[in-house]
Each structure stands twice: as structure tokens, then as C-alpha cells.
Write a protein that binds this ligand. Structure first.
Ligand SMILES: [Zn+2]
Length: 280
């Protein structure tokens, strides 16, 4: 299989290099992905393609030449202003490239063998996190495509699902994705039946399926429970903060809170500290 051969070549070429160089390559790759993820967060909520047209100025729409589109360096070189109309480029672009780059380096150091699936899942969660915060929707391009990627990568990296054979990795991934989505859907249907209002969006259900397809059942359970705890703590903290620190009160009771960001954060925690699952 061509993809498998490419992967073997990547393994041979990458793991022969000194560790510092391997990490540096991961960071550079991460910075480039950070730039692409900015485009995804910007365009997906508007239903636009993330591939074509290429990068454009946010203000006047002029195409940006490749040499002025180098992650981190271009933003610093242009001092946060666009080259064409000299209007400011938000610092979030620079920060996104920097943070995604650093996270890629950390993930590589943490588990070099599973870097590809871990970093791909991280990218999907990054986009889901910001779009869910922005418009309270997790696009299908992220969750459903994520499930497909998760299943395929579980075939190449069956250890993601605690298996040795590619075929069993793939089957287990499909099983976990279906069971987690089915289980959560059933649970929220029952809750909604009794509460008579929407408890959770279907986007969260599909995102959980994506997490399961990548990391297996244990990670799914951890993300769900720890995400719920994290969400509850944040809501309580917000409630206390507005009660004691804000003069103008915001009605929190009927405010909808996106669950996707909490799912994403708890999954990230699981990626770095899977042993936490044993303590829960
Ligand atoms: Zn411009």
C-alpha cells in the first residue's frame, strides 16, 4: 500500500535524525498547521472552503504572496500590519501559530511514535474548541471527518486502540465511535425527555465519536466525565465571579454553555496524562 510505504519512509528518515532536530521539525510543521487552523476557524463557520482561495488579506481581500505568509516570522516582520493596506492583523493569528507549534513539539517529545494521530486529533479539537466558543456549533467537517481519520489511523496505529493487528485496531475504532455516540445520544434523549429542553447538541455527540475513533473507549469516558466536571467548575466559578465582582449581572440561568471546549480540554489532558484515568 502506497500510504504505508510513505509512512515507513517517514519513520526511517525521521527517527535517524538527532532528537532536537526531530522536535524542531515537529515545531515548524506545527506552526504551519497553526496558520492553516486559523483559516479553518475563520472560514468554516461561514461555510467557505478552507483550501481555495489561498490566504487573503482580512481587510482588502488581496492575495498574500507566499514569502509574506510564513508563520510567526511574517507577523513579526510586518509588525502585525497587513502588507497591502497596512491595517492590523489580530495577534490571535500570531499566537495560534506559536501555540500550535509549541504543542506539536510537546506532543512529539511526549510520544514520537504516535505523533501523527495525536497531533491530527489536537488540530481537530483546536478548531472545534474555537468554533464552538464562537457560534456554539461544531461543524461536521471536523467531527465526522475526524471519525473517518480516527478509524483510518487506528488501522495504521492499532496501539491507539490497545491492539496489535491493524484490522483489529480499525474494528475497535469503529465500535468505540458507534458505541460512544449511541450511548451519549441515548443518555441526552432521556435527560431531555425529563427536562423538556435541549441538554446537549448533536455536535458534542459527534465530537465524542471522533475522540473515541482516535483514542478508544477509556479516553472517551475520561473526556466525557472530566469535561462535565470542568464545565461545572467553570460555570460555578462564572456564577460566583459575576455575583461578587460584577456590578451588572448577566443572566446565567438560561444561557447556553458550549460543551465542546470542555471535551477538547479534557481530551488534551488525557493525551498527556492517560494515567489520570486510573485515578478517577
Ligand atoms: Zn489588505
Amino acid at each position: 500500500m502506497l500510504v504505508h510505504r510513505v509512512y515507513l519512509c517517514y519513520n526511517e528518515a525521521m527517527f535517524d535524525l538527532p532528537l532536537a532536530v526531530q522536535c524542531f521539525i515537529a515545531v515548524v510543521f506545527g506552526c504551519c498547521m497553526g496558520s492553516f487552523l486559523c483559516v479553518c476557524v475563520e472560514r468554516l463557520p461561514q461555510g467557505l472552503s478552507v483550501i481555495s482561495p489561498g490566504s487573503r488579506c482580512l481587510h482588502c481581500g488581496k492575495a498574500i504572496p507566499w514569502y509574506l505568509n510564513i508563520p510567526i516570522i511574517s507577523w513579526l516582520f510586518l509588525r502585525g500590519k497587513s502588507w497591502c493596506c497596512k491595517k492590523s492583523i489580530p495577534i490571535t493569528y500570531f499566537l495560534s501559530e506559536l501555540i500550535v507549534g509549541l504543542m506539536a513539539g510537546l506532543l512529539y517529545m511526549h510520544s514520537p511514535k504516535l505523533f501523527i494521530p495525536y497531533f491530527m486529533l489536537f488540530c481537530l479539537l483546536w478548531v472545534a474548541f474555537f468554533i464552538d466558543l464562537k457560534i456554539m456549533i461544531i461543524p461536521d467537517e471536523i467531527s465526522l471527518l475526524g471519525i473517518v481519520f480516527g478509524v483510518l489511523l487506528s488501522c495504521f496505529f492499532p496501539e491507539l486502540q490497545g491492539k496489535r493487528e491493524p484490522f483489529y485496531g480499525l474494528i475497535r475504532s469503529v465500535e468505540v465511535a458507534c458505541l460512544s455516540m449511541g450511548g451519549l445520544f441515548l443518555f441526552i434523549s432521556i435527560v431531555e425527555f425529563f427536562l423538556k429542553k435541549e441538554a446537549m447538541g448533536l455536535g458534542d455527540v459527534k465530537l465524542l465519536g471522533c475522540i473515541g475513533a482516535f483514542l478508544g473507549g477509556e479516553a472517551c469516558l475520561f473526556s466525557l466525565f472530566f469535561g462535565a466536571i470542568l464545565g461545572t467548575v467553570c460555570v460555578l466559578f462564572g456564577y460566583v465571579f459575576q455575583k461578587f465582582c460584577l456590578k451588572r449581572r448577566v443572566k446565567l440561568r438560561n444561557k447556553r454553555i458550549p460543551f465542546g471546549p470542555f471535551l477538547a480540554l479534557s481530551t488534551l489532558l488525557y493525551l498527556f496524562f492517560p494515567q489520570l484515568m486510573l485515578k478517577l
